[in-house]
Design a protein around this ligand. Structure first.
Ligand SMILES: CC(C)(COP(=O)(O)OP(=O)(O)OC[C@H]1O[C@@H](n2cnc3c(N)ncnc32)[C@H](O)[C@@H]1OP(=O)(O)O)[C@@H](O)C(=O)NCCC(=O)NCCS
Length: 384
């Protein structure tokens, strides 16, 4: 039986309805609020509440939500014990931090009393638990990678710190400056939600079978890992390091780019399925990252200058604009964050969007089961 042929990669296909987020070339809206407004005026905790609870929190709701997150930050012992074993996996390259955080979410599901329940209340409780614990997973993981004692294993951090600041504290043992806290907080807001992107769509497909939230989030993490999606923030920074090295060796950014174009190489952190004329999240993060670079010193500014030249050349010669992952790579680098944690940090934010979508899917479910257009062999006999 033949079926209608759809666009490769489902480009332009509207695969469902959502009241969580609207993505247009000129705007990105979370439940009615534009991203520039949120980045300038809200905190990540407020945005996460907006996404998963469905409305802007009042002061009492926000205080309660913050308390719930703080109370849920600590990891259960089996997850901490697993994290203590990851050193050889990371060193050998058999696991990347994204694989570790995915596994941790799976273990959390195995231990969660609500794991087999998909009611709205159970889903809301699980959303908050997973969201609260993600920075702790990243922090403890980085402590193990760095060969240091795990910071605050009993509490998951400092109760007085925000989600963003606590994430940086857990990774390093140092409470971040207000500037770095703000940059991290804004990056988390920018990363929180983006309608039917690949990882969110994955989470909805899983939820659509009436499978559980931890499973759907684990699947979404696997989808986000890829360099065409969330993994691009790490890949963009690796590419910038390559460009920096070639400039340090006497080359030019233009020569690197000419060579990349000749090889038809994909430049990481550029292009977008929806934002063909530019991703305005990128401008917001670039401005903040550049300011952080200026306060840090000439090396950091030099990195941004190389990035800006790459952007100019891509735009002039290819008409392709940076997406949010490009400034994110440079910004996190300037902040001293290890590159393999960039995409896990994206997870620590996007969990809020995934959980909102999983709940929306469960609340009005129909199995997601498209058709394929068959292009294989004609019918033939096993024993002709
Ligand atoms: C995001 C991405 C996957 C979107 O893919 P898409 O919608 O399928 O876009 P297409 O591959 O159809 O791109 C259209 C054209 O632009 C080119 N292009 C798109 N992104 C490019 C990039 N980053 N570097 C070089 N060329 C690029 C494509 O090669 C294609 O050229 P062609 O028509 O000559 O074949 C793609 O832009 C990409 O791979 N970017 C790099 C990874 C990245 O930054 N991902 C994060 C996304 S937020």
């Amino acid at each position: 039986m033949s079926t209608a042929v759809t666009a490769k990669g489902l480009e332009g296909v509207v695969a469902g309805e959502t009241s969580i987020c609207r993505v247009e070339q000129t705007s990105l809206i979370y439940r009615g609020y534009e991203i520039a407004d949120l980045a300038a005026n809200a905190t990540f905790e407020q945005v996460a509440f907006l996404l998963i609870e469905g409305h802007k929190p009042d002061d009492a709701e926000l205080a309660r939500f913050r308390d719930e997150l703080v109370a849920n930050r600590a990891l259960p012992t089996p997850v901490i014990e697993f994290l203590k074993t990851i050193g050889p996996m990371i060193q050998s390259g058999s696991a990347a931090p994204m694989d570790i955080i995915r596994t941790c979410v799976s273990i959390l599901g195995n231990l969660d009393p609500d794991s087999q329940h998909n009611s709205p209340d159970a889903n809301l409780r699980k959303s908050k638990r997973i969201l609260a614990k993600a920075p702790t997973i990243i922090g403890h993981m980085q402590n193990v990678i760095d060969g240091r004692d795990i910071i605050a294993p009993g509490t998951g951090g400092d109760a007085n710190l925000s989600h963003a600041a606590n994430l940086l504290y857990l990774m390093t043992g140092t409470r971040p400056s207000p500037e770095y806290e703000k940059v991290m907080d804004v990056s988390l807001i920018l990363y929180a939600e983006h309608d039917f992107n690949a990882s969110t769509f994955t989470s909805r497909v899983i939820a659509g079978t009436l499978s559980d939230m931890h499973g759907a989030v684990a699947g979404a993490i696997a989808a986000l890992k890829g360099p065409l999606h969330g993994g691009a923030n790490e890949a963009a920074m690796e590419m910038l390091k390559e460009i920096q090295a070639s400039v340090a060796a006497g080359g030019t950014v233009q020569a690197f780019m000419d060579n990349a174009f000749a090889q038809k190489r994909k430049l990481m952190g550029f292009g977008h399925r929806v934002y063909k004329q530019g991703d305005h999240r990128a401008g917001i993060l670039h401005a903040l990252g550049r300011k952080a670079a200026e306060s840090k010193g000439p090396d950091a500014v030099a990195l941004f200058e190389i990035g800006e030249e790459v952007q100019r050349i891509m735009q002039d010669q290819k008409g392709i604009f940076p997406n949010v992952d490009f400034p994110c790579g440079m910004t996190y680098f300037v902040m001293g964050i290890p590159v393999p944690q960039y995409t896990p940090i994206f997870v620590a934010s996007r969990i809020s969007g995934w959980c909102a979508h999983i709940m929306e899917q469960h609340a009005n479910n129909r199995l997601i089961r498209p058709r394929a257009s068959y292009i294989g062999q004609d019918l033939r006999q096993w024993n002709p």
